[in-house]
Design a protein around this ligand. Structure first.
Ligand code: MF3
Ligand code: CO
Length: 253
């Protein structure tokens, strides 16, 4: 986790393919989010899709993680483990998925509503998503990582939310977590300089209440300390000569 790896054009083309598969897997999960569905059912379909695509579910077995997708409901922030839990009307479900294709990783996430959610939940999801887009406006060669971090934090906080500190975005490549770290908070003008050919996951985790979180006894599930709702939005992006390219692109971003 120390050297930032600049990808070659050949590697970038593979990462585009990995990203497309990963984003399509996220779409499958998104379309399954509904009252009455269990999180294990979603995991099963996502895994089936990734494997049918000839890719490997990146999360499965990663540090002992037991599933292909993370499904985090309401006050769960990230790393919720799929199982028998039944999604309820009004739940918000954060879907995080990774796929490895020809040795390269795609990583993306989004938060989706089961049925009809409260205005507060809809607002949180919209703020989280937009904080990502505010962040990547800064993701240009010559800028610094801190420019992205600062933009994410500023947007989220100006809209009455808070950003999680303990978990951050990251470089992505032949492994899921490469240098550099990409925090969702911090000062502009600080941190590593962005260079064309860098591939990073920008992933705001945004809480409706305070930023503090804790990990459940299952060793994975991260929840908000105050029980407030949390949302997540992530894409793997490529730094270019101009605007960043979203590698985990799908029609339904
Ligand atoms: N997208 C997440 C991350 O960037 C998910 C990792 S879950 C794990 O860290 F189980 F694979 F660790
Ligand atoms: Co990630």
């Amino acid at each position: 986790m120390s050297n930032i790896i600049i990808k070659s054009p050949r590697e970038i083309e593979i990462m585009r393919q990995a990203g497309r598969i990963t984003a399509a897997a996220r779409t499958i999960a998104r379309e399954m989010v509904a009252p009455g569905v269990t999180t294990a059912q979603i995991d099963r379909e996502v895994r089936r899709f990734i494997e049918k695509s000839g890719a490997v579910p990146t999360f499965l077995g990663y540090g002992g993680y037991p599933a292909s997708v993370c499904l985090s409901i309401n006050d769960e922030v990230i790393h919720g483990i799929p199982g028998p839990r039944v999604i309820q009307e009004g739940d918000i479900v954060s879907v995080d998925v990774g796929a490895t294709w020809k040795g390269y990783v795609g990583d993306c996430a989004g938060t989706y509503i089961a049925g009809t959610a409260s205005e507060a939940a809809k607002n949180l999801i919209a703020v989280t998503r937009q904080s990502f887009f505010e962040g990547i406006k800064q993701a240009r060669a010559g800028n610094r990582i801190g420019d992205i971090s600062h933009a994410v934090q500023t947007y989220a906080e100006q809209n009455g939310c808070s950003v999680v500190r303990e978990y951050v975005g990251h470089g992505v490549g032949s492994v899921m977590h490469e240098a550099p770290e990409v925090p969702n908070f911090g000062r502009a003008g600080r941190g590593p300089t962005l260079v064309k050919g860098m591939t990073i996951a920008v992933e705001p985790m945004v809480n409706a209440g305070g930023w503090e979180v804790y990990v459940l006894k299952d060793g994975w599930t991260v929840k908000t300390a105050d029980g407030s709702l949390s949302a997540h939005y992530e894409n793997t992006i490529l730094i270019t000569d101009g605007e960043p390219e979203i590698l985990t692109y799908a029609e339904d971003l």
